[in-house]
Design a protein around this ligand. Structure first.
Ligand SMILES: [Cu+2]
Length: 336
């Protein structure tokens, strides 16, 4: 009698466990494909924890379902159930097993946190500024001749360890690339660090995951992870645009600063629709007015658009800002 009970419970647990496993870990992929070394370690813990949860769920669900049918009151049965009291053996078991499992998850997580924080000495450093509501990136070491270059899109080499030094001049933001798994707050007044070794080439979204104001939902950017050859080609292009000055520089600043995410501008192939269409609104505007719109966007708000959505671009280096203003004044406006 006891033995058949155990066998029935075991079979029921296995069936429920298998169904839950297939639905939660095979059919639905909750997370995008992992693309960093650190993310792979995080995913391993995630899988381990999920399996523990599925096993416990299967046992609890099996006992519940079994009891619902086996111990149901028969029609016409009115007396109280048999009085029973605790079972010391079971109580010890359900205290001990979870303690061991939770401790195991804790120890493994601590090891991964230490491993993920431990970046090789030979890594690239990029300064990240998060600002309502845009990201900008400054290459902070001399690698690939990029020292001091500020761009509006993060471009990195695959398999090269990377450390982001992140600051915010206004409120708390948070840097998150889902495919990299790691997430880190960006807090005004201090520098926070984000360490990552990308393992997959591709374009991945950068998302602000801290509600930071009106434009929070558009505070997105992207990281391009390139192989060595493509990265060097990109670095050469950035360097020569800066060295070349003039219109090429202006256009490249427009593209690098992420203006295209919000504005349409035919000459730059931009189709953003969150801010005004620059082809139509800039005609006839002076360079002075355009400069003010970029550095202090809230001074004058374009009709039909909200205040506080466009971030102020006061930190763009002067030569790049000047080239950008010239470019917008001549490529679109009448330049007067
Ligand atoms: Cu934000």
């Amino acid at each position: 009698m006891r033995k058949t009970l155990y066998i029935q419970l075991l079979l029921l647990s296995v069936v429920i466990g298998a169904i839950t496993f297939v639905i939660s870990l095979v059919v639905i992929s909750w997370l995008p494909k992992v693309a960093s070394e650190e993310g792979e370690r995080i995913d391993a813990i995630y899988l381990f924890t999920s399996i523990i949860c599925i096993v416990i769920f299967a046992i609890v669900a099996a006992v519940t379902i079994y009891a619902m049918f086996k111990f149901r009151a028969k029609p016409g049965e009115l007396e109280d159930g048999k009085p029973i009291h605790g079972h010391t053996g079971i109580e010890i078991m359900w205290t001990l097993i979870p303690t061991i499992l939770v401790t195991a998850i804790g120890i493994w997580s601590a090891i991964v946190v230490v491993q993920n924080d431990d970046l090789p000495d030979d890594h690239r450093i990029v300064a990240v500024q998060a600002q309502q509501f845009a990201w900008s990136f400054t290459y902070n070491d001399e690698r690939d001749g990029l020292g001091g270059m500020q761009v509006g899109e993060l471009v990195v080499r695959v398999n090269e360890p990377l450390e982001l030094h992140m600051t915010s001049p206004d409120v708390i933001h948070a840097f998150w690339v889902p495919e990299w798994r790691q997430k880190q707050d960006v807090v005004p007044g201090i520098t926070t660090f984000y360490r990552i070794t990308p393992t997959e080439e591709g374009v991945f979204p950068i998302i602000c995951t801290e509600l930071c104001g009106l434009g929070h939902s558009v505070m997105r950017n992207q990281v391009r992870v390139l192989n060595d050859e493509a990265f060097e080609a990109w670095a050469t292009e950035i360097r020569s645009a800066v060295d070349g000055g003039g219109e090429t520089l202006g256009k490249s600043v427009f593209q690098n600063q992420g203006c295209a995410a919000c504005h349409a501008l035919a000459d730059a192939g931009a189709t953003g629709a969150i801010g005004p269409d620059l082809d139509s609104v800039l005609t006839g505007q002076s360079a002075e007015a355009i400069r003010q719109s970029i550095v202090d966007p809230n001074a004058v708000i374009s009709e039909g658009f909200a205040e506080g959505v466009m971030p102020p671009y006061g930190a763009v280096p002067e030569d790049q800002l000047e080239a950008l203003v010239d470019y917008l004044a001549t490529a679109v406006g009448d330049g007067s």
